[in-house]
Design a protein around this ligand. Structure first.
Ligand code: SF4
Ligand code: SF4
Length: 270
């Protein structure tokens, strides 16, 4: 087996990056026209794709989606990948390693599937065998030649629970209808309709919707995350008075406080 690949595997194991796959750059169908596209190294050969699990257990009084109760993944994943890229640049000194964690130029789910990191469920989410779908995705692009890791060639259990239980009836074979997806509704700016308010009240979350993940059998009995930064400073309940502070440090911060305050009002005002 390729020496660099073996060395890389050892480094990832030693530094606690257990969930990864490698996708040859030539196997990627497209890149997106985003600012970070300019950072893809010249002569990129491979993209190392990572899954970062964030499941931290159940909190009965939670009023935020699971991914939003942990520290902002944009920052945590970025830091983990930046550190790892620096290390790889030292070890494999003649090659470049560039991390991507936010606004990625790569079709992340596509490359995760092609590299065997997981498979896509009927809920359109990437599902990993060990950590289910409660994961964030990040990548490192490199000009170091690495072997493509094989896809899993698997499908989800097709139990249909996500489709049946989806509060917005938003899951279709070929897409999620964003207009009726509750997660999307909690994020949209401006006025929400009476039906949308009813959905928010029924689901009892100020931000997001976890239903299509919570009902999925692939998310049963998954381990808690091993990532220390996700295990510390968990805030499952967002009070009105905390919104202005927490928008500075949490994943929902990009939307600003007014949308969260509006949703809080829908949920708790009489
Ligand atoms: S996030 Fe909620 S509303 Fe959106 S598709 Fe999943 S279950 Fe449906
Ligand atoms: S809930 Fe069932 S149908 Fe939906 S993704 Fe999971 S296994 Fe597939």
């Amino acid at each position: 087996m390729d020496n660099n690949f073996l060395k890389l595997k050892q480094i990832l194991k030693y530094n606690n990056f257990p969930a990864f796959g490698i996708c040859n750059y030539s196997n990627i169908s497209k890149t997106f026209d985003v600012r970070s596209r300019n950072l893809i190294p010249y002569n990129t050969h491979s993209v190392i794709v990572f899954a970062f699990p964030y499941y931290v257990g159940d909190f009965p009084n939670r009023n935020l989606s699971r991914y939003a109760i942990v520290q902002d993944y944009h920052i945590i994943v970025k830091n983990l990948l930046k550190k790892l890229s620096s290390l790889l640049t030292i070890v494999f000194e003649s090659f470049s390693f560039v991390p991507f964690s936010d606004n990625s130029p790569f079709p992340e789910v596509e490359i995760a599937v092609k590299s065997g990191l997981g498979f896509v469920g009927l809920n359109h989410l990437l599902i990993t065998e060990k950590y289910g779908s409660f994961i964030f995705i990040g990548e490192i692009a490199t000009d170091m030649p690495l072997p493509q890791t094989p896809s899993l060639n698997k499908t989800c259990l097709k139990c249909m629970a996500c489709i049946k239980k989806c509060p917005g009836k938003a899951i279709f074979k070929d897409k999620i209808n964003m207009d009726s997806c509750l997660s999307h509704i909690t994020q949209k700016k401006g006025v929400v309709s009476i039906q949308e308010k009813t959905l928010i009240k029924q689901n009892k979350l100020i931000w997001g919707c976890d239903v299509c993940q919570d009902v999925c059998p692939h998310n049963k009995n998954i381990p808690l995350t091993y990532i220390e930064d996700f295990k510390t400073d968990i805030i499952p309940f967002l009070s009105f008075n905390n919104i202005d502070i927490l928008v500075k440090t949490r994943a929902f911060g990009f939307r600003g406080p007014s949308v969260l305050k509006r949703n809080h009002g829908i949920l708790y005002d009489k």
